[in-house]
Ligand binder design. Structure first.
Ligand SMILES: NC(=O)c1ccc[n+]([C@@H]2O[C@H](COP(=O)([O-])OP(=O)(O)OC[C@H]3O[C@@H](n4cnc5c(N)ncnc54)[C@H](OP(=O)(O)O)[C@@H]3O)[C@@H](O)[C@H]2O)c1
Length: 308
């Protein structure tokens, strides 16, 4: 079969012949891959920089995707750590890590949406006590995950969603997705009274936002849960000690590990239904697997989805 193969941690993928997968035990199924998203996690696991990377090369990247099983079912699957990912014509899945999709869905749309959408869906369901009426700040709202976080917070009944980012042109498009207000990082004081922060940036921008936000809160004893999800601006953040004393701030993370795999998997059916039903706006760009090397480094606002 054809597959994208990464020979070493610092090498780009090449599309070439690869041995067909063979199940190693009775729980595994060989499936045909229809669409697989190129996410930040895909790249980070492939180059060894993600905390869940196991450093085994050569590897076929691809952490999730839409597949067809031997009985003809369409499934969205999240793979466990494996050297055989979804950037291939066929792969191996554990069906317990998948959800059967309705017929007629667009595999590219599902493959593009599930990873970025899952970030806020799971965070709001599993890492914070989220009720309708809560006020939410999305920090780093202009990317794929941030745009979806706005929509998902609204879907879950948020009374107010403030979208923060650095690009004013992109920020302006976010009101159409449900953002009540859009602000740049230097206007962060306007989000002082939110209950939850969904943070995709971390680094200096997140640390720099804390004191202006916390000291401007009308009630500093009101709980504020800051959910660390992405670190697009930097893996470490110089958080001022006063941030933890000046207001009732709680910082939690949401990702593989802090949320057990079974909890992620439990959220898949409802999220897949929401995406399939069109409740979430998705930006996807299908690219043939043969062009994986070019797609790997392409700069695009759309989520690239490889199609074998
Ligand atoms: N924990 C989880 O469950 C989970 C799941 C999915 C994604 N993530 C993480 O979430 C983050 C965002 O993912 P995504 O899929 O939305 O990525 P994306 O579509 O590539 O968007 C990233 C956005 O970040 C902004 N950005 C880049 N560098 C920045 C900087 N230095 N300061 C401020 N903003 C910056 C860019 O917006 P502008 O250019 O418009 O400023 C860009 O649109 C990534 O770190 C990803 O790994 C985590």
């Amino acid at each position: 079969m054809r597959a994208a193969v990464i020979p070493a941690s610092d090498a780009p993928p090449v599309c070439r012949e690869h041995p067909d997968p063979a199940p190693r035990h009775g729980d595994e199924l060989v499936v045909e891959v229809l669409a697989a998203g190129l996410h930040h996690l895909t790249r980070a696991k492939a180059n060894g920089s993600h905390y869940s990377s196991d450093g085994v090369y050569p590897l076929v990247p691809g952490v999730d995707g839409v597949v067809r099983d031997e009985e003809g079912n369409l499934r969205y699957v999240v793979l466990d750590d494996t050297p055989l990912g979804t950037f291939a014509e066929r792969t191996l899945i554990d069906p317990r890590r998948s959800v059967i999709l309705p017929d007629g869905i667009d595999p590219v749309r599902i493959a593009a949406a599930m990873n970025p959408a899952m970030s806020s869906w799971v965070a709001l369901r599993r890492r914070v006590d989220f009720h309708a009426g809560r006020r939410v700040l999305v920090l780093g709202a202009t990317g794929n995950a941030g745009r979806m976080a706005i929509q998902i917070a609204k879907l879950f009944g948020a009374a107010q969603v403030i979208a923060a980012g650095r690009d004013t042109t992109r920020l302006r498009t976010l009101t159409a997705l449900g953002a009540d207000e859009t602000i740049t990082f230097d206007q962060i004081g306007r989000a002082a009274d939110v209950d939850v922060v969904i943070d995709y940036v971390w680094g200096e921008p997140a640390a720099g936002a804390m004191i202006p936000m916390l000291t401007a809160r009308a009630d500093r004893a009101a709980p504020l849960t800051w959910i660390q999800i992405g670190s697009i601006a930097g893996p470490t953040a110089p958080i001022p000690s006063a941030a933890l004393r000046s207001a009732r701030l709680q910082i939690v993370g949401s990702g593989i590990g802090s949320v057990p795999a079974r909890d992620f998997l439990a959220e898949l059916p409802e999220l897949a239904s929401a995406v399939a039903a069109g409740a979430i706006d998705v930006r996807a760009r299908a690219v043939p697997l043969a062009r994986v090397a070019e797609a790997w480094t392409a700069e695009t606002d759309d989520r690239v989805v490889l199609v074998p």
